[in-house]
Design a binder for this molecule. Sequence first.
Ligand code: SF4
Length: 368
Amino acid sequence: MARETLQTALEARAAPMALARDEGKGRLRCLACGHRCLIPEGRAGICKVRFNRGGTLYGPWGYVAALQDDPIEKKPFYHALPGSMATSFGMLGCDFHCGYCQNWLTSQALRDEQALAPIRPIEARAIVDHARHVGALSVTSTYNEPLITSEWAVEVFREARAARLTTAYVSNGNSTDEVIAYLRPWLDLCKIDLKGFDDKRYRALGGTLQNVLDGIARAQRAGFWVEVVTLVVPGFNDSDEELRAIAGFLVELSPDIPWHVTAFHPDYRMSDRGATPVATLMRARTFGQAAGLRYVYAGNLPGRVGDGENTRCPQCGELLIERRGFRVLRQRLERGQCARCRAPIPGFWEPRAAEAPARVRETRIGSP
Ligand code: SF4
C-alpha cells in the first residue's frame, strides 16, 4: 500500500483516544508514551499514528497489521504460562526508531519508505475468538509499540478477560503514569526492553534512558509480571561496564526479575556488524548472576548456551523448566513451587481459564 493510501486508511479507521489532555488553544497533550507530545490542531505526534483533529485526539483502532500465534517463550516470557500459545497482534507505528528493529516493517511503516505493511480491519472480539480457537492462553500486543495503541489494546483485553485469557504487552517501556494507570485493570504481563545503560545512545534510538528505567519500575509497581530483555549488540551495548550497570539496576528493583540477554543478528539498518557471539551472552549472564539476579537467561542461540535457557530453583538448584529455543522440554514446577524443596518461584504460572485447553500444554510440554 502506498504511503499516502496507508495514512488515509489509518485516518479513516482512527477513533477518539482516552489518553489525552486539553492544553488550551486547540492543543492536546498525548499521555500514551513518555514523549508526552503537545499536538496542535491538524498535526500528529512523534509516532505519527495519534493526531489532533478538531480538538480531539484520534488514534489507531479496529485493525491489525499482524496477527499470529507464537509460543509464549518467543515474546519472551519464561515465567508465565510455560509451554502455552500466545495469540499476538500488532498495529503500525512506534515512538522509537531503533536501527536494529526486528519488527521494522510494522513499527516504522509511517516513517520509512521501505516499510509498508498492509492492514486488515478486525473487531476486538474476532482476535479473542481466534485465540480461543487455536487454544492460546494469552493475548499479546506486540510487533509495534503497544503503548501508543493502548486504547485498542484495552478494547481487545476486555474481550480477552471475559474469555479468561491472560493479557500481555511487549514494550519498549517508554511509559507514563497515566498509561500505566489506564492499563492496570487489564494487563497481566509486561516484557520490557532495556536497550542499554547509556542515555546518549538511548536518545539516538528515540527515547531517554531514565524514562525507560522509570517505566520498568512503574510496571512492576502496578503489579504486572515484568520480564526484561536486553538485545546485546556488539559494539553498541556489550561492554562490561554497561552490562554490569543494567544488572545492578535490575537487582536493586528485585532479584526476582527475569533478565533475558539475547543475541543480535544484523537487521534493518544495522548490518555493519556481526551477530552476537555465544561468549558475549555468557559474559552478560555471568554479570547478572554475580549481581544477584536469580533468573538470567541467554536467548536467540538455542542449544548453544548450556544451562542458559533453563530455569533452576535458586534455593536447591533443581532443574525446573528445561527449554530449547521456544520449546519447553520438561518442567518440574508445582503450583509455582519447586517440586523438590517447595521454594516459591515467582511468576504467572496458572492460566485464568478454569477449562484451560489441556491439549496445548500436552503437546508443547513433553519428555526430553
Ligand atoms: S504515543 Fe507518544 S509519540 Fe505518539 S503522540 Fe502520544 S506521546 Fe507522542
